[in-house]
Design a protein around this ligand. Structure first.
Ligand SMILES: Cc1cc2nc3c(=O)[nH]c(=O)nc-3n(C[C@H](O)[C@H](O)[C@H](O)COP(=O)(O)OP(=O)(O)OC[C@H]3O[C@@H](n4cnc5c(N)ncnc54)[C@H](O)[C@@H]3O)c2cc1C
Length: 426
């Protein structure tokens, strides 16, 4: 088969699906290739998606999308090995809502939207190589097959095999990516509502710092699906290596922590998965996002925002795909697919929330590299509050407890500096 398309999209994650959907809606002759045996099969994440971009792009989104629950409670829990301190925000976040969804189902649904819009979606095809002629991408190679196109949108996710071949990005370094492991735990819908005090359709997004990542750079997460719970841990790869954190056991330790175990005591694990996620935010984005005949969208371009209190990649990946598609449409009209023409993509991204949001939080990754937020603060806070709430033989005031717990672990100066830095950069 030697066929020519207007555009080939590689990878049916949120980025590739966004690109393919908009290209198909714009009437271009496109194909979306996915190595998984079905759309969604290879996609792993934590649990929550911000809705605004999907609502804007897909009018029937609220009626049709496979939404498990809408987030009504945001929780941040700091943990040591025995105790936990939780801050909870209960609110109606509409119209800027986020929802909990199972990514494989969500992407499968997006795949159907691409087909409804007239796009050709082919799962079970692994793209092995790019066809390059005089430094320009002309198509792809998959096994014995070659497919030609005016342009390739590379949305291959975290492993930048094709992007490296196109000379657009290097491999990630251990300090630029985190490894996430996740379990899905089966619990009935009513029990979840009881345990987390939720009304029907309402959900909890709970992030954890400290013990879940063995006090390394990372954290835990818990999202309530309709009748399952997604529970997992993310640890930056260099930190996992330095601390010798056993990644495959770590989620089990987290699940067995007394605070978590009591939430899950009615449940049983039914699924296990692992995936890498870009961690560096703005500073991990390659200098060029467009080459001759090729554009990068989603994780391969590093469009993930980790603010410590939220992790956000799906909506940014989808939006970058939409913007890549708009750039391709203009290049198609101009009949020019050179880097000079396609670099309009970079300008459009700068004017969108993809790059503006990542730039706003560009110092956050430095802040999140501060081990005290994972090691010292969760432990000290748990210990101080436990002492403060404990009644014993002698009367004690909070300040001496505070001084005793901080002694040799944290100076007042460092504490003030970290608080200011957190407030300014989160
Ligand atoms: C543990 C964890 C928790 C996270 N939590 C959240 C969260 O709660 N909310 C959030 O918004 N984001 C979260 N993220 C980030 C989010 O998952 C990603 O940013 C987003 O899914 C990226 O989408 P993508 O389309 O760029 O990549 P992917 O979803 O990885 O899609 C890439 C696709 O390309 C396919 N592919 C790769 N190579 C080839 C090839 N050669 N040929 C054909 N197909 C190929 C893959 O099979 C895959 O389907 C999390 C990530 C992790 C790992």
């Amino acid at each position: 088969m030697e066929e020519k398309f207007d555009a080939i999209v590689v990878g049916a994650g949120a980025a590739g699906l966004g690109a393919a959907y908009r290209l198909a809606k714009n009437g271009l002759n496109i194909v979306l290739l996915e190595r998984g045996q079905r759309i969604g099969a290879k996609n792993v994440y934590g649990g929550r998606i911000y809705s605004h971009i999907f609502e804007k792009e897909i009018p029937e989104f609220r009626k049709e999308a496979p939404i498990e629950r809408w987030v009504k409670k945001e929780r941040l829990t700091l943990m040591n090995s025995d105790d936990a301190v939780t801050l909870e925000l209960f609110s109606d976040f509409s119209p800027n809502d986020s929802f909990i969804s199972i990514l494989s189902k969500f992407n499968e649904w997006l795949g159907k939207k691409v087909e409804e819009a007239g796009g050709l979606v082919i799962p079970g095809i692994k793209v092995d190589d790019l066809i390059m002629e005089d430094g320009t991408v002309k198509g792809i190679v998959a096994g014995d097959e070659k497919l030609y196109a005016d342009v390739v949108i590379d949305a291959e996710g975290i492993n930048p095999i094709l992007a490296r071949k196109a000379g657009l990005r290097d491999d990630w370094k251990p300090n630029q990516v985190a490894v996430g492991v996740k379990e899905v735990i089966k619990i009935s819908e009513d029990k979840i509502n009881d345990i987390f005090q939720l009304n029907e359709g309402e959900g909890v997004a709970n992030l954890f710092l400290g013990y879940p990542s063995s006090y390394g750079l990372g954290g835990g997460f818990l999202y309530t699906n309709r009748d399952t719970i997604s529970l997992g841990v993310v640890v930056r790869v260099d930190s996992a290596i330095a601390k010798q954190i056993p990644i495959y056991d770590i989620v089990e330790d987290f699940r067995n922590h007394p605070f978590v175990a009591r939430l899950l005591k009615e449940g049983s694990p039914i699924e296990y998965s692992a995936h890498l996620v870009p961690e560096e935010g703005f500073n991990g984005i390659p200098r060029n996002l467009a080459g001759n005949g090729i554009l990068l969208a989603g994780d391969v371009a590093g469009f993930v925002l980790n603010r410590g209190i939220t992790i956000r990649g799906v909506d940014l990946a989808f939006l970058s795909g939409l913007i890549a598609a708009e750039t391709v449409k203009e290049a198609h009209e101009a009949g020019d697919f050179s880097r000079t023409s396609l670099k309009a993509y970079e300008e459009k991204l700068k004017n969108s929330i993809v790059l503006s949001e990542l730039e706003t939080f560009k110092r956050t990754s430095t802040l999140l590299g501060n081990l005290r937020f994972y090691e010292t603060y969760p432990q000290i806070l748990c210990e101080i509050l436990k002492e403060a709430y404990t009644v014993g033989e002698s009367s004690r005031k909070v300040y001496p407890i505070l001084r005793e717990k901080m002694k040799g672990r944290l100076s007042l100066f460092t504490l003030i500096r970290d608080v200011i830095s957190a407030v300014r950069n989160l």
